[in-house]
Write a protein that binds this ligand. Sequence first.
Ligand code: AVI
Length: 317
Amino acid sequence: MDFNTRFAEDVREGLSSKPKYLHSKYFYDEVGDELFQQIMSLDEYYLTDCELEIFNIQKEEILPYFSNGDEVFDLIEFGSGDGYKTKILLEYFIEEKVKFNYIPIDISKSILETLSKDLKKNLPDLDIYPICDDYFHALEELNKVDFNKKVILFLGSNIGNFRGDNAIPFLKHLHADMREKDQLFIGFDLKKDPHVILDAYNDKKGITREFNYNLLDRINTELGGNFDRESFSHYPTYNPVTGETQSYLVSLKAQIVWIDVLSQSFSFEEWEPIFMEISQKYSLFDIQHLAQHSGFKIEKNFFDSRNYFADSLWILK
Ligand code: AVI
C-alpha cells in the first residue's frame, strides 16, 4: 500500500471509530516538522533543554559506556530529526577521536538530507551513513552486513507516543534485533508537577495547537477534505495517575466533514472530540517495569539537574 492510500485508510478508520482519533505520526509533514522545531524551542517545552543539559554536562560520563576505546561502534539513531541534541555527543566523540559510525534512521527523506548536509559541513570527520526507512527494516538489513557493536538512540521521549505497556511489543521487537553487546539509550520524560507538564503541551504562543490543526490542513490538501479548523478547539489534558498527556481537537458544533479521496462524509456532534496524541510520562518504577518486561536490564540512568527527564541506558538481560 503506498503512503497516500495508507494515510487515507488510517483517516477513514480513525474518523469512523468511537471515540474518533487520528494518528499523531501524520503530524510530521514539512509544515509539521517545522512546527515541531518551534515547539522544541518553546520556553514551556522543557524536554529538549533537559536532554541537552544531560548531554552537555554528562557527555564525558556517557562515552565510556558506549565505547571501550578500541572497537568501532555504530551509533544508530531512531527518528534522528535534525540531530540537534545528538550533535553534542557527536562533536565530543569526534574531539576525543572515538572510533564510531553515526547511522541516523528516519522516514523523512528531507530531514535526513538536511541533517547530512549540516553534519558534513560542520563535522567533516564524522562517518555518517543515513538510512531513510522504517526503524526495524533498517536495523534488520544492517544486521545482515554489519557486526559492529550497536548503540541505539531513541531520544526525546519518542517512546512516550506509546501508551503505558503498549511500548512493550515495540521494545521486545527491538530486543530481538539486538546482539549481546548492543545497548539501547532511551529518553523518558518523567512524572513531575502536573502544571509543568500540561504547560508544555498548552503553550502560550499556540504552536502546539497549530501542530494539531496542521493534521486537519493536511487531510484537506492531501485527501481533499473540507475541515474548518476554526470549528475545532485544541484541548490538552494530563492525568497524573496514569502519566498520560493527551491532546484532543473538540468539535465546537454539530458538523459534517467531507473527504474526497475517501468519497465519504464524517459527522461530528457538538463537543465531540478527536483524540490526536498521547505523550506518556514515567516514574522510575515505570521505566524499570518496561525494561524488565521487554527483556532488558537498566545499566545506568542519566538525569538532568531538575530530575525532569532521564536518558536510560539498557542492555540485554
Ligand atoms: C515527538 N514527541 C515526543 C513529542 C511529545 O512531547 O510527545 C511531540 C509533541 N507533541 C506536542 N508537543 C510535542
